[in-house]
Ligand binder design. Structure first.
Ligand code: NAD
Length: 465
């Protein structure tokens, strides 16, 4: 063990001990009761809005980034330990992406119209206190990303985190909280109930002190929030299809699909979940993906894998959650194949196979052979299931790219690269872990968590013309 690793482990232990002491007294943003978490955040937001300037917001956001950056590796290891899902090195990448590429106050822009009847300005004001629900698949990533975006918009946040990641979320929240307070910000600008539960979510949704709910996770949760009657921003499930046509650079397609679909064991909502490839280039694509490191399993092995990782009730397939985010090597062991180095399992299936139609969140990538491009589009639209989340295409034919983009109507549409680039990881544009397809805010940032307010100064006065 080298000195850096030892230092990191010591720091992790010190944090765990100090945080568990803090939690008993409900300190550092973590409360025993959600009502207290809401009240404290409500008081903090009033201060944040009235006593602090935009420059304070900018400075405190930079402090949040610095604290998160210093602990990114620890977060990654703790997530892996607590959830048992994903890959350490990819979790470090995801944490760093939100730390470095979540916009701060720079995305809050004022609009003005100056005319004969006076000067009108529209500004982006805070909602107040936001109730934010976070997933197990990107736990600290979502807390860091939401914290920067939400406090950047002038809000306070009460989090209800996924129970499967509550320890690392509490540690992360307390580290960010400390950074806010140590840099002169108000205490309790970000809070959470230590033991997350559905009752807390209901209390948040019905509290008049909470003005906006933001849900990042599965569609069950997003739909429940949308029915709550409270204004909601919903970031729900995806099942991103990839099309590879006969004009594509197949080597590149194989490399990029492999990279995206194996990243963090396919836990990202925007990761490639199924491939529709034109028959004439299917063998070449599969051969190249195997060259990248994917393992193609046989029809008989695919049937056995389905029995292991899926459940069937009343004829309907669903994922057996204990396999979500597991390493490909461990999944292969379950059907008697020993290949611990493998990062991505590939199988060839028909377009209506459960591996295609159900969001798996596992490094198991079904490949469907299609006779024509039209067939690829038709099956891809069915597989995406109206989520309107993410899709991608490998092609050099611009008409086909446009055709698919129009048919699939996803929030993120990537061309000739891993879908990761669509969320700013190796691509242009900012990063977010809250991609609000169902409610239309898209790739959220501070601007998404604001309300427009207009100020109208009649009859000139401040105008210079
Ligand atoms: P999940 O839906 O199981 O849990 C998400 C959160 O919702 C948790 O905090 C959970 O406690 C809460 N929750 C669950 N049911 C609820 C209900 N009925 N009412 C209120 N809250 C409820 O999701 P997960 O397994 O943690 O995350 C994976 C899912 O999230 C996938 O479907 C993935 O596609 C999606 N996701 C979407 C985005 C996005 O930006 N669109 C980002 C990450 C994950």
């Amino acid at each position: 063990m080298n000195e850096t690793i030892i230092k990191e482990i010591v720091r992790e232990i010190v944090y765990k001990v100090s945080m568990s002491l803090d939690m008993e007294t409900g300190d550092n943003g973590v409360f025993e009761k959600v009502e207290d978490a809401i009240d404290a955040a409500y008081a903090a937001q009033k201060l944040w809005y009235t006593k602090y300037k935009m420059e304070d917001r900018r400075r405190i956001i930079e402090a949040v980034r610095a604290a998160a950056r210093e602990n990114a590796k620890m977060f990654a290891r703790m997530i892996r330990d607590e959830t048992g899902m994903g890959r350490y090195e990819d979790k470090v990448t995801k944490n760093l992406a939100v730390i470095d590429k979540t916009p701060g106050i720079e995305c809050l822009t004022t609009e003005a119209i100056s005319g004969d009847s006076g000067l009108m300005i529209e500004e982006l004001a805070p909602f107040g206190v936001i109730g934010a629900i976070t997933p197990s698949t990107n736990p600290t990533e979502t807390i860091i990303n939401n914290t920067i975006s939400m406090i950047g918009g002038g809000n306070a946040v009460v989090f209800n985190v996924h129970p499967g990641a509550k320890k690392v979320c509490a540690v992360c929240l307390q580290i960010l909280h400390k950074a806010i307070v140590e840099n002169g910000g108000p205490a309790n600008l970000i809070t959470m109930q230590r033991e997350p539960d559905m009752e807390a979510v209901n209390k948040m949704a019905s509290s008049p002190k909470i003005r906006l709910m933001v849900g990042t996770g599965g569609m069950g949760m997003v739909n429940a929030l949308l029915k709550s009657g409270k204004k909601t921003i919903g970031a729900g499930a995806g099942n991103p299809p990839v099309i590879v046509d006969d004009t594509a650079d197949i080597k590149k397609a194989a490399r990029e699909i492999y990279r995206g679909a194996s990243f963090d064991n396919n836990l990202l909502c925007l990761a490639e979940k199924e491939v529709f490839v034109m028959e004439s280039v299917a063998d070449e694509l599969i051969r190249n993906m195997c060259g990248e490191g994917a393992r193609l399993i046989t029809e008989e092995e695919t049937a056995r894998l389905l029995e292991v990782v899926f459940k069937k009730k009343n004829g309907v397939y669903s994922v057996d959650k204990k396999w979500v985010g597991k390493d490909a090597g461990i999944i292969l062991e379950s059907i008697g194949i020993h290949d611990m180095e493998c990062r991505l399992i590939m199988c060839q299936v028909p377009h209506d196979h459960p591996f295609v139609l159900v969001e798996q969140l596992m490094p198991v990538l079904p490949v469907v052979r299609c006779k024509t491009f039209e067939e690829c589009v038709q099956y891809a639209v069915i597989a995406e299931n109206g989520n309107r989340h993410t899709a991608s295409i490998f092609s050099k034919n611009v008409d086909r790219m446009t055709r698919f983009a129009k048919e699939i109507e996803t929030t993120i549409f990537t061309k000739n690269a891993a879908t990761l680039v669509g969320v700013g990881i190796g691509g242009e544009g900012h990063t977010t872990m809250t991609i609000a397809g169902p409610t239309g805010e898209g790739l959220t940032c501070a601007r998404s968590f604001t309300r427009r307010r207009r100020c109208m100064l009649a009859d000139g006065g401040l105008r210079v013309i």
